[in-house]
Design a protein around this ligand. Structure first.
Ligand code: NAD
Length: 243
């Protein structure tokens, strides 16, 4: 383990173009449950039964209630040391991009700016008919409407069965192709296209580093794979690298 950390430090010290992919695990130490871990149930529903266009068509009030619940949960949480180290990385490399699958907005609250929110953001909503996208927190109305056209609003989230914005995918792929170090942090690497990005980087010659308490389907493709919590491992790497 120490060896793996030392190797990650050596790799990062000479890096110029860096990509970071994060998943729900990076927010676990902020007390936000991951999808596939324990605590993934809400009432009697699983996330996979609520985060779909079909669920919203069937019962928009139930889906909004769940998103309102998640907004409240996240508002009671704070970014952790992993978010803080990732934010610092922006200024330490010539070129940097954070690609997050998280929708909790904690990277943004930690100050990250060079960032793609691949799966949307819990605190944004969009019109189900027009193009309006707005910052949004659920209030008293259980079925919020678009102020411009009166149509129903929906969470600005990429649901199961939907694809991320093609422009965001293109930017993420381009950065994965050109980076010389790719960090994969706190993702089960089960959701595409995100899970494929580190493999693109690897194919193009980048060094790929994973931080996760558990192994994942892409662990064997990594140059360095560190078993541990992001909020502990990242600060240790950062201190040892002396940035
Ligand atoms: P996931 O739930 O499938 O996997 C989480 C991963 O994090 C696991 O591999 C787990 O071993 C690891 N992990 C747990 N604790 C960790 C820690 N302290 N440090 C580092 N790693 C840790 O999540 P995913 O891969 O992001 O994919 C699921 C989808 O769920 C994504 O599309 C994401 O948008 C969504 N999601 C987001 C949030 C959020 O915004 N916080 C929460 C749940 C789900």
């Amino acid at each position: 383990m120490v060896d793996e950390i030392t190797r990650a430090v050596e790799i990062l010290k000479t890096a110029k173009t860096v990509a970071v992919l994060t998943g729900a695990g990076v927010s676990a130490e902020s007390n936000i449950p991951t999808f596939r871990g324990e605590g993934g149930l809400w009432k009697k529903y699983r996330a996979e039964e609520l985060a779909t266009p079909e669920a919203f068509n069937r019962n928009p009030e139930l889906v909004w209630e769940w998103y309102g619940y998640r907004q409240k949960l996240v508002l009671g949480c704070r970014p952790n040391p992993a978010h803080e180290v990732i934010e610092k990385m922006e200024d330490c490399f010539d070129d940097f991009l954070l690609i997050t699958q998280n929708v909790d907005g904690l990277h943004r609250r930690a100050g990250s700016k060079k960032m793609l929110e691949l799966h949307g953001n819990l605190f944004k909503s969009r019109c189900t008919v027009g193009r309006t996208i707005l910052d949004f927190t659920l209030g008293d109305d259980p079925l919020p409407k678009c102020e411009s056209c009166g149509a129903l609003l929906r969470p600005h989230i990429v649901w199961f069965g939907e694809s991320p914005d093609p422009m965001k995918i293109q930017l993420a792929v381009e950065h994965s192709e050109k980076c010389d170090v790719f960090l994969v942090i706190g993702t089960s690497a089960m959701v595409q296209p995100a899970a494929y990005l580190p493999l693109i980087a690897k194919k193009m010659g980048a060094k790929v580093i994973e931080i996760n308490p558990k192994s994942t389907p892409i662990t064997n493709d990594m140059d360095v794979s560190i078993r541990g919590k992001a909020g502990e491992i990242l600060p240790e790497i950062w201190t040892k690298a002396g940035f």
